[in-house]
Design a protein around this ligand. Structure first.
Ligand code: NDP
Ligand code: OXD
Length: 314
């Protein structure tokens, strides 16, 4: 009945505390400390070291402590067990906060007015676009993309979205397929990337995609807001597009290499906002509750939900 906390880069202690409080009848083991491999029935993973979940003869399910599961699939020795990913309002709402904040930061030229305040300059444009003048395009219309799209819509943005399968969502122009992507990009002023990282999406935010975005829109050029995964994007292409003016600005939460190397020009580019992959953090309190609810339901004989499709990779 033991639950193994298998995380790297995160402190396991808050996860242990939260899980112990919620699942008192399940002992909690921590990867890196001694434990009985045969006792492990469930594992919770964030970037677990490759091979760490092998040789657990009674393992029944793996819980990703993130909504994304590319970190789980990075393990070539991953056991063939069901993988549950996070679908929880706590995570979804955090992501939409971040997306909406950055859409507004670019719409309302926050960096310009911060600079003006520092320099005590009182100056304004004659024309200030409003959200309703601006077309947002959301790549990835899953749990996070749909919520962000709906919240951008509520603020008045015109919103379109793109997914693998066709969708119909109230107030959102929905596109799918390669043709659909082109049609979305050509009208997009703010591109929001909330795709999972799979072999089909790796490197998708590259020079040719950025070149398809609408030029000369109300913001003076397209904006990129990216929080899916760093390996979706080609950062050299993003920097080149920013330097040439093909991209007016970018808000990036995820990077090809994390932590973002100190020498990356993204840190200092005047048109870039960098955040340290915390657009939507996994709160131990909220996410342990999600895991505990699933385990309790599973042990009552109910099926696990939010299972990952191994074939699709998300
Ligand atoms: P979902 O699985 O719910 O949604 C994924 C969406 O992407 C779906 O709409 C899917 O299409 C679409 N998609 C997948 N592959 C393709 C493709 N090849 N072409 C077009 N569309 C595609 O994931 P979530 O919304 O929950 O999360 C999205 C990602 O956000 C996560 O995988 C993770 O990487 C990232 N994330 C980042 C965080 C951060 O703090 N920066 C926090 C949490 C998540 P369809 O609907 O047809 O299946
Ligand atoms: C996630 C993340 O996938 O935080 O949930 O990146």
């Amino acid at each position: 009945m033991t639950l193994l906390v298998a995380v790297s880069g995160w402190d396991p202690a808050p996860w242990r505390r939260a899980l112990e409080a919620l699942l008192p009848s399940h002992p909690i083991a921590i990867l890196g400390e001694p434990f009985d491999r045969a006792s492990i029935r469930y594992a919770v993973s964030w970037r677990h070291p490759p091979g760490a979940l092998g040789a657990l003869p009674n393992l029944e399910a793996i819980f990703s402590l993130g909504a994304g599961v590319d970190h789980v699939f990075a393990d070539p020795a991953l056991p063939d067990k069901p993988i549950v990913r996070i679908v929880d309002p706590d995570l979804t709402e955090r992501m939409s906060e971040w997306v909406v904040m950055h859409a507004l930061v670019h719409l309302r030229q926050l960096r310009r007015y911060e600079r003006q305040q520092r320099e005590r300059v009182w100056a304004d444009d004659d024309e200030q676009p409003k959200a309703g003048d601006v077309q947002a395009g959301v790549l990835g219309l899953g749990v996070l993309g749909q919520d962000a799209a709906a919240k951008l819509k509520t603020l008045g943005f015109k919103v379109a979205g793109w997914s693998a399968s066709p969708k119909s969502l109230p107030g959102i122009a929905c596109f799918s397929g390669r043709d659909g992507l082109e049609r979305l990009l050509m009208q997009t002023d703010i591109l929001v990337v909330l795709l999972p990282l799979t072999e089909a999406t790796r490197g998708i935010v590259n020079a040719s995609l950025l070149a398809e975005l609408r030029q000369g829109g109300p913001l003076g050029g397209p904006i990129l807001i990216s929080a899916g995964r760093g390996s979706l994007q080609v950062e050299a292409d993003i920097l080149a597009a920013l330097d040439s003016g093909a991209l007016k600005g970018a808000s990036l939460d995820v990077f090809e290499r994390e932590p973002l190397p100190r020498e990356s020009r993204l840190w200092t580019h005047p048109a870039v906002y960098v955040s340290p992959h915390n657009a939507a953090v996994s709160s131990p309190r909220a996410i342990a509750a999600f895991v505990a609810r699933q385990i309790e339901a599973y042990e009552r004989g109910e099926p696990l939900v939010h299972l990952v499709d191994r074939r699709r990779g998300y």
